[in-house]
Design a protein around this ligand. Structure first.
Ligand code: PGA
Length: 260
């Protein structure tokens, strides 16, 4: 199965820096069919990068979108405005949920807005440290999945990606605080069984499930080898070209091994 490596640049790089960085990436990223490489720059860099990047090498994603199609929503960017600029959009990233107070309802509407506009939503789900300690991980994830995908049609579910990004793992690189393989396996099962419950067995099996949280070139193989994990959402290390390229290479190696 194809792997997905998505780089989330967050609020980093101005337009000029983003362009230089994309050039650097393109020099090290061969065109691959077994890995879908996506980078998510800030909104301001999306338009110039949409003209610059070779889409066979890397696709573009937005880090968020608003769910209304147009109107008096100062500061927001609608999914309609991303058409033609991005192919993917992150929805419900934990920084949106926890710093900007996004609710499940907003996230649900954003998933629908993305689909309505031909973008692939990458629905991010994950529990906090406290929820984990209290043994609530399964409940939290199930709620986030049900709520996020509630209004998705059964003919649309094949256009959705899910990323498991527990809050306690984000931005901890240095001494990465990450889930064990068996924990991740367990979580993937929870996510897939919820999707199965909502959309049927085929969808539960086919939906790409990614892991995110302090992924680097040294731990990527571990995560990408977990059964049921189809890729990674990479934050800090997606801003270091050789590191991000290595993660894409590892994903490609694993995709090839799985094919054998
Ligand atoms: P990180 O961020 O890889 O820096 O932990 C991941 C993310 O928040 O998307």
């Amino acid at each position: 199965m194809k792997k997905y490596i998505i780089g989330n640049w967050k609020m980093n790089l101005n337009v000029h820096e983003a362009s230089l960085f994309a050039t650097k990436l393109s020099q090290g990223l061969p065109i691959r069919r077994d890995v879908e490489t996506v980078v998510c720059p800030s909104f301001v860099a999306l338009q110039p990068l949409s003209l610059q990047v070779d889409h066979r090498q890397m696709k573009l994603g937005a880090q968020d979108c608003y769910w209304r199609d147009s109107g008096a929503f100062t500061g927001e960017v609608a999914a309609t405005q991303l058409r033609g600029l991005a192919q993917y959009v992150l929805v419900g990233h934990s920084e949106r949920r926890h710093i900007f107070g996004e609710h499940d309802r907003d996230i649900r509407f954003k998933v629908q807005a993305a689909l309505r506009n031909g973008l692939t939503p990458v629905l991010c789900v994950g529990e906090t440290e406290l929820e984990r300690k209290e043994g609530d991980t399964a409940h939290v994830l199930e709620d986030q999945i049900v709520s996020g995908l509630m209004n998705v049609g059964s003919d649309q579910i094949d256009q959705v990606l899910v990323t498991y990004e527990p809050l306690w793992t984000i931005s901890t690189s240095g001494s990465p605080h990450v889930p064990q393989q068996h924990e991740l396996e367990q979580v993937v099962k929870i996510i897939r069984s919820k999707v199965t419950h909502m959309f049927g067995r085929e969808a539960g099996k086919a939906i790409p499930v990614l892991y995110g949280g302090s992924v680097d070139k040294d731990n990527a193989r571990i995560f990408l080898s977990v059964e049921g994990i189809d890729g990674a959402l990479v934050g800090a290390k997606s801003l270091i070209a050789p590191e991000f390229i290595s993660i894409v290479e590892i994903a490609s190696e694993i995709a090839k091994e799985e094919k054998k």
